[in-house]
Design a protein around this ligand. Structure first.
Ligand SMILES: [Ca+2]
Ligand SMILES: [Ca+2]
Length: 299
């Protein structure tokens, strides 16, 4: 098995946002071998044996969603999403808009709510959408009509640790799609643990390869996307809020630091780790005071 990230496969023009750290790579799209029909340097994203779907609709009434998990204790500041798609027949970049939402849980499940974004604001950063060298085609064929495009959708949110769902849709100048590209791994019908979903205009449903009547079992699919940004740093010792390194590491600046985080609604101010809204409240001040009194043996 060879994993090829979106970044290394696509080779898109790197803008400022693209230089940020890749926080989440949901899986590869490039397969081996490349098709004989491809231009020099072209890479294949071939529908694997027994599969039949080149892409999932993410335009018109349709949206798609997939999950990501933040484990870093300080959370992530997510600057951007790498949006991946194709429109059949495109010979120039054709994506004109991308909308993005982030959910607290799986879209369609009771209790899941949108924590960032909306389904109307175009987040596509002007000039970032470009054709890649990757061509999507059916199993044991070769074709150049489904050339993959990538663009940067601006996000700009800081989230605490947890599992979230990204939900997106796109518009383009051609009639076909835009289509989302399933994570494609040479030799596999689906990414292990895949669980992506699609909004069909009426309801959220899981996406699959196969149909119950023809090629059981259904094989769950994931979708190609990346999140970029930065990991929020946290002090080794919680009370050393400003991460100072000179002795004494705890001083009034740490109170100022904590107060500023609290005032900004920063998840790092959730000292007691509470989960019931509002997660930041007076108990966090008490918690911080206790942690400060307990001292730090080092930075
Ligand atoms: Ca997934
Ligand atoms: Ca300090």
């Amino acid at each position: 098995m060879r994993w090829v990230s979106v970044a290394s496969a696509a080779g898109w023009a790197m803008g400022a946002a693209a230089r940020a750290q890749v926080l989440h790579d949901n899986g590869p799209l490039v397969t081996i071998p490349p098709g004989a029909c491809l231009p020099v340097g072209g890479m294949a994203s071939e529908v694997q044996a027994q599969n039949s779907i080149t892409g999932f609709a993410q335009g018109g009434a349709y949206r798609v969603a997939d999950d990501f998990t933040i484990v870093d204790p300080g959370g992530w500041t997510i600057d951007a999403m790498t949006h991946v798609s194709y429109q059949t027949g495109a010979t120039t970049p054709t994506i004109t808009g991308v909308t993005v939402r982030i959910w607290s849980g799986r879209p369609g499940d009771a209790g899941s709510v949108v924590v960032w974004g909306d389904a109307t604001t175009n987040r596509l950063v002007a000039g970032t959408n470009a054709l890649t060298s990757v061509y999507r085609y059916y199993n044991q064929t070769c074709g150049t009509t489904r050339r993959v495009q990538t663009g940067t959708a601006a996000i700009g949110v800081t989230l605490p640790p947890g599992t979230y769902w990204l939900d997106w849709a796109a518009t383009g100048t051609l009639g076909s799609g835009p289509w989302a590209v399933p994570v494609t791994i040479t030799g596999l019908r689906g990414k292990p643990g895949a669980n992506a979903r699609q909004w069909d205009g009426t309801a959220w449903r899981d996406i699959f390869e196969g149909t119950p009547d023809t090629t059981p079992p259904l094989i769950a699919q994931d979708l190609v996307f990346e999140l970029r940004g930065s990991v929020v740093a946290v002090p080794t010792c919680y009370a050393n809020c400003d991460m100072s390194t000179t002795t004494p590491v705890l001083n009034v600046n740490d109170f100022v630091c904590f107060t500023n985080l609290f005032a900004a609604g920063d998840p790092r101010a959730n000292c007691d780790g509470s989960t019931v809204p509002p997660v930041l409240n007076v108990n966090d001040f008490g918690c911080f005071t206790n942690r400060y009194a307990a001292g730090c043996s080092g930075p």
